[in-house]
Design a protein around this ligand. Structure first.
Ligand code: ZN
Length: 277
């Protein structure tokens, strides 16, 4: 999955450390990221690459995270002009880059950039928010309000009935691969409550034997996914929630299409069921 970047180590403990010239920076413009594309790889710029033209860039950089010994910083794309050889490319590239650590860095950086750019003012008293030096949060110096990064919990549910798995397609995404039942956790719910509610709402089925599989940060949509396998309880007749799903079908293990991408938890869960012995 996208976060599985071993042997590299992702560390997101917040630091106030100033950037070095060798550190990398991430700059975004309308969801696109600044890279040099070479040999099917995305290379992120270091401050060294831009120091001659923009010696002050390093002083305005916001620490993001570390992968191995390299620190990643966020730089405002309005603070410099793109130098020859570099360009902004769509973040969709992150879904096809085979070196997961590169895409993971780019997409986690994009989530943080989106959060910073969406939270410039205090929603309580309208004063400017500033960066705390104590952790990854923004604070209002007027009313002391604090704003933390947005992470919405979601469940992904593999509903099975003997050797069949319930596969879905969401409305408006008919040409995409099969998905599983999925949905956001509501206020006051446990993850298990969400699993039962979403399966009932989307396909009209009761479930039992709720088993946690794995979790996955999904920075593309500011969500944290929790994957569960559950067994259908009683009747297996599917009643589709038509405004959400266009397809909801039982598919036998031997007929499930091989999952080509191992980026997402959904893909991994379908593949785990398909290859189960
Ligand atoms: Zn305030």
């Amino acid at each position: 999955m996208i976060q599985d970047i071993e042997p590299r180590i992702f560390q997101n403990q917040y630091k106030t450390k100033k950037a070095d010239l060798k550190d990398l920076f991430l700059a975004y413009k309308d969801g696109s990221v600044l890279v040099k594309e070479d040999k099917d790889k995305l290379w992120y710029p270091s401050f060294y690459d831009y120091v001659q033209m923009y010696p002050n860039l390093i002083n305005k950089a916001q620490f993001l995270f570390t992968i191995d010994a390299i620190n990643y910083y966020l730089v405002n794309s309005e603070d410099f002009d793109v130098l020859a050889g570099w360009s902004f490319v769509s973040s969709k590239k992150f879904r096809t880059e085979t070196k997961f650590w590169r895409s993971f860095a780019g997409v986690v950086g994009l989530q943080l950039q989106r959060w910073y750019s969406n939270h410039k003012y205090c929603s309580r008293c309208k004063h400017d928010l500033s960066h705390s030096t104590k952790g990854r949060f923004l604070k209002c110096d007027n009313c002391k309000f604090k704003v933390y990064p947005t992470i919405a919990p979601c469940v992904i549910v593999g509903v099975y009935n003997k050797d069949q798995l319930l596969l879905t397609k969401y409305v408006g995404r008919e040409y995409r691969n099969y998905a599983l039942v999925a949905g956001f956790v509501e206020v006051g719910e446990t993850l298990e409550d969400t699993v039962k509610r979403e399966v009932m709402e989307e396909v009209g089925l009761k479930v039992k034997n709720i088993q946690f599989y794995k979790s996955q940060p999904w920075p593309f949509t500011d969500t944290l996914l929790a994957g569960f396998f559950v067994q259908v309880d009683g009747a297996d007749k599917i009643t589709l929630q038509k405004d959400e799903l266009s397809v909801g079908v039982w598919i036998k293990r031997k007929d499930i299409p091989t999952q080509i991408s191992n980026l997402s938890l959904t893909g991994e869960m379908i593949e785990v069921f398909r290859t189960y012995k």
